[in-house]
Design a protein around this ligand. Structure first.
Ligand code: UT7
Length: 414
């Protein structure tokens, strides 16, 4: 494949945008023209996911809250979900594992990554960003990093940001991660929400390429008048943490499920239509839709019924994982690839919705071979060494900072 995605070469991190201003694209397609007339495209060249080992089935939930396996299956399609049971499983550690797999598939060294975007609704902290912790953990020493807050639409928002950075010539490799430990912010006594969510992470590596295709168009939307329909009320600046917020359960997810359901069925179909229009692809030419995995009935009444897309062109895995928010689309993409449902030349649509309210869709012309490249022993060893070095470097820097602070404090006390 003739592409500027060259695993062997380090990327020119931080290069200025050669185009200056970015001319508008005629149909939102393809790429910004380069000075020499060459075009850039943003291709997904690596992918990976990781879910915690512990599985909680609907039957297990029957022991915890007043619910029934039958209710959950028929109203949502969910049968089980993975839960981060160990305190060592956090949004960052799940995200790191998914990111490493994506780098392995792309056969890219962490030093080549220019930017890490972590979409999450359950970050490690309000700050620092989970993306920075992942950056440190994978040894992506040349990468910028930030978290993206657009709830379950966040992964597709992240793809749109990655595409923009790449088409502008500001990045060669961007890691987009969706990672969640929603089990930590779910009220396990609230049957309206606790049966729906699960933990996990998915990641893709987006690379600059001269092969036409890749992320062809995106559609992003928001309607903040629905902010109260799905929210984690306390812990931010509006309602700071206090004894009262803790005792009233204001640090848990609150949701008006019916209102979110109505909104979701409307925007999923609309966003899909718009993004396909922008990409110049007809609904009939779509090979696979990967929707946000929240509820099978939302998927059926939006993309299947309203767009008349046959069910075998809609990928669904929510029965195994529940709603993993930002991670649901990248995990589903990985499983669709594993199942042989994604082939070079295929037209894909990713479409999601979530708190905000937000929605997002991306139209992708898949151009990357799906067989995992034969990563050489040497390249794998280099990557593993980079991860070990990253851990050692991080510990060393922390130790040096501690000693330095103690020395300074000692001098001030003299
Ligand atoms: O990523 C975005 C995240 N959010 C979503 O995707 C949520 C979108 N909304 C939904 O998926 C659905 O609205 C739910 C699955 C949350 C609820 O399904 P529904 O068919 O809209 O149920 P409902 O809220 O209308 O409730 C029907 C009944 C109620 O009982 P009554 O009032 O009719 O007696 C609920 O109390 O089902 C009851 N119910 C339950 N029963 C057993 C609600 N949750 C449960 C439960 N087990 N877990």
């Amino acid at each position: 494949m003739n592409t500027s995605h060259h695993p062997e070469q380090p990327s020119p991190n931080g290069q200025p945008n050669p185009n200056g201003a970015h001319p508008a694209e005629p149909h939102g397609l393809g790429s910004f023209p380069e000075p020499g007339g060459e075009r850039r495209y943003a291709q997904i060249v690596g992918w990976g996911y990781h879910v915690p080992e512990k599985v909680i089935t609907n039957r297990d939930l029957e022991q915890i809250v007043d619910t029934k396996d039958e209710w959950i299956r028929t109203r949502t399609g969910i049968e089980a979900r993975h839960i981060a049971a160990s305190p060592r499983e956090t949004t960052a550690t799940l995200g790191m594992k998914a990111a490493r797999k994506a780098l392995e598939v792309a056969d890219i060294h962490p030093h080549q990554v220019d930017l890490i975007i972590c979409a999450t609704s359950s970050p490690e902290h309000i700050f620092p960003s989970t993306a920075s912790i992942i950056q440190d953990g994978i040894g992506a020493v040349n990468a910028g990093a930030f978290d993206l807050s657009a709830a379950c639409s966040g992964f597709v928002y992240g793809l749109a940001m990655a595409r923009g950075q790449i088409l502008a010539g500001d990045a060669e490799y961007v890691l987009v991660i969706g990672s969640e430990t929603l089990s930590r912010i779910v009220d396990w006594t609230d049957r309206n929400t606790c049966v729906l969510f699960g933990d996990g992470a998915g990641a893709v590596l987006v690379a600059a390429s001269d092969v036409p295709g890749g992320i062809m168009a995106t559609e992003l939307g928001s309607d903040g008048s629905g902010a109260d329909l799905l929210t984690l009320p306390a812990g931010g600046s509006a309602i700071p943490a206090s004894l009262e917020t803790v005792s009233s359960g204001a640090h848990y997810i609150k949701m008006d499920g019916r209102a979110v359901f109505r909104f979701a069925t409307r925007v999923m179909a609309e966003a899909t239509r718009k993004v396909l229009d922008r990409a110049g692809v007809s609904v009939d030419d779509v090979d696979l839709i990967i929707p946000h995995q929240a509820n099978i009935r939302i998927i059926q009444s939006s993309v299947v019924k309203q767009l008349r897309i046959p069910e075998d062109k809609v990928f669904i895995n929510l029965q195994k994982y529940g709603n993993t928010s930002t991670a649901s689309i990248p995990i589903a993409l990985c499983e669709a690839i594993e199942a042989g449902k994604v082939q070079p030349g295929d037209n894909l649509v990713f479409v999601g919705f979530g708190a905000g309210l937000t929605w997002a869709a991306a139209a992708i012309k898949w151009s990357t071979p799906i067989e995992k490249p034969e990563a050489t022993w040497w390249r794998n060893t280099q990557r593993q060494a980079a991860y070990q070095a990253a851990a050692a470097r991080s510990m060393w820097k922390r130790a040096v900072r501690r000693v330095y602070s103690q020395v300074l404090a000692g001098r001030e006390g003299e």
